[in-house]
Design a protein around this ligand. Sequence first.
Ligand SMILES: Cc1ncc(COP(=O)(O)O)c(C=O)c1O
Length: 423
Amino acid sequence: MRDPHTTKLGKHQLSPQSLMMGYGYDPRLSEGSLKPPIFLTSTFVFDSCADGKRFFEGITGKRSGGPEGLVYGRFNGPDQEILEDRLALWEGAEEAAVFSTGMSAITTALLAHVRAGEMILHSGPLYAATEKLIDAVLGRLGVEFANFPAGASLDDVRALIEASRSKSRIAVIYLESPANPTNELVDIAGIVRLRDELYAGDPASKPLIMVDNTFLGPVFQQPIKNGADLSLYSLTKYVGGHSDLVAGGVVGSKSALLPIMALRNTIGTISDPHTSWMLLRSLETVALRMERAEQNARSVCEFLRAHPKIARVGYLGFLDPTSAQGRIFSEHCSGAGSTFSVLVNGGEAEAFRMLDNLQLVKLAVSLGGTESLASHPASMTHLSVPDARRKQLGITDNLARVSIGIESANDLVADFAQALEHV
Ligand SMILES: Cc1ncc(COP(=O)(O)O)c(C=O)c1O
């Protein structure tokens, strides 16, 4: 492709898979290097004072539209810009911004859009640190919050929006779908329609809809296409995909992203050049990896579902298509991903025996890597969650959480088969 910013071959629209190899990068600007170099620099040289002035006007928001050129490593860099251009393509979004971690992406996005006295309405459960950020950190700064269960009906969400907006302005409706760790789905498109209907007469105070898309995005779910304003990522997981980096991303409309990028400039939560370069490499294979992991997960889940020592497998691919969750799945998701829960017959001892005897599958928290991981939420990631809340979320002592990778499916099934012989 001669023009690195074209997404078409004549009239033919190219897919993100093809564009991940070259989009946004012009080899002629880097000695013909096929791949973008890692630009290890803290600052950038201006051609003239007039350029410097114009770039700063964009950075500081004195002139709308964002920065026109590169200025300083805390604001942006070539690797980050190429990465942002490519990340946005997956959801057909106008803009993207990358961050040092998933949590710094979420924190910067919320801080940019919520003020003291305003409210965040969120689905529950959320990733534990996000829940803490909203309830404890932003709560301490005077931000109010209320939540509804991920699987709540639209009538219940409508009632909560109506009751909440009479008390405070709802600045953000924050969703996580599938939810970590329950895999429950939120009706993103339904909530977008509801928001648009309830605020039709008052568009100026319409809340932004943000969706944490870490579990299925960007390959199997694209909330921007369902009408969400912003889609947020822990790029540490499937996008990074090799368990060797931490990073975050936000994609969406330019108008919703500009304040977030301005705050990122101030507080310095951008991803570094090396990590951004690694993510460029990861994006070239994200579809291959996620598709293969998804096929593997189906094989493993089918084996586990039929096993006499397994009580239940909480896997999106097994949802009844006529159930409310099944309908949300078919409207929003093009695949079931590869993170699921396994309930072993018995309690903690039986779950530990299966987990301790897995050989190929490693015992570690996190998900979305090339290698399969398994953990025990009740005694690890969710140990500090009060017993009653843990029970409400269905995080029982016999539950293991599994993230399947891209190994051979036969080998993974063989590993679970031998581990279950010890139970
Ligand atoms: C759904 C979800 N969102 C956000 C995060 C936070 O991401 P990071 O660890 O990259 O800060 C995680 C991490 O596990 C997650 O699972």
